[in-house]
Ligand binder design. Structure first.
Ligand code: MG
Ligand code: ZN
Length: 180
């Protein structure tokens, strides 16, 4: 059976500016170029999936409901740009959480690759043909463990063994994407 290829995005620092534990629409500022990047990926046949660590829920900085409200709004903004987000996978856990529901050593928190495997099963993905974009080494490590073929790190620090490309901007990613 023909498999799908995905553009797998981290959220904070890739889609929106990362001010640390962003939880409201007011704090959610899209990074220039993210919509163009997604549209270019769609045109090349990628489906778009988001995988994000949200330990702010476990830490009690915001609630699951806060996250879901913001998430619904974010997906609607992509929709307005004709960009379907197929799924947003998020990890609400942290081992030190005071809330029993979220206090665990889970498999879904990057750098673990659990959610990448889940997404591959849910959407019949060929991860070797997929692209992961992140802004932290743990995003790249998770993608590497899962076997994601193209791994792009947005970072000012140019060293990350798990990334194949380290870029400073979404415009640079566009150039890479056009070469895929
Ligand atoms: Mg991030
Ligand atoms: Zn988790």
């Amino acid at each position: 059976m023909l498999q799908n290829k995905a553009l797998i995005l981290d959220r904070d620092g890739v889609i929106n500016k990362d001010y640390g534990y962003v939880s409201t629409i007011e704090q959610f500022h899209f990074i220039d170029g993210i919509f163009d990047l997604c549209q270019a990926a769609l045109a090349k046949g990628y489906i778009i999936i988001i995988i994000t660590n949200q330990s702010g829920i476990a830490r009690g900085y915001y609630t699951l409901e806060d996250f879901e409200r913001l998430n619904e709004w974010m997906v609607a903004q992509f929709d307005k740009q004709s960009i379907p987000i197929r799924h947003v996978y998020f990890c609400p856990h942290h081992p030190d959480s005071l809330q029993p529901a979220f206090a665990k050593e889970c498999e879904c928190r990057k750098p673990k690759a659990g959610v990448f495997y889940q997404a591959a099963a849910d959407y019949n993905l060929d991860l070797s043909q997929s692209i992961a974009i992140g802004d932290k080494e743990r995003d790249m490590k998770a993608a590497q463990t899962a076997g994601v073929g193209t791994r792009i790190l947005i970072a000012s620090a140019p060293h990350c063994a798990a990334a194949q490309y380290v870029v400073q901007s979404h415009a640079e990613i566009m150039v890479l994407l056009n070469d895929q």
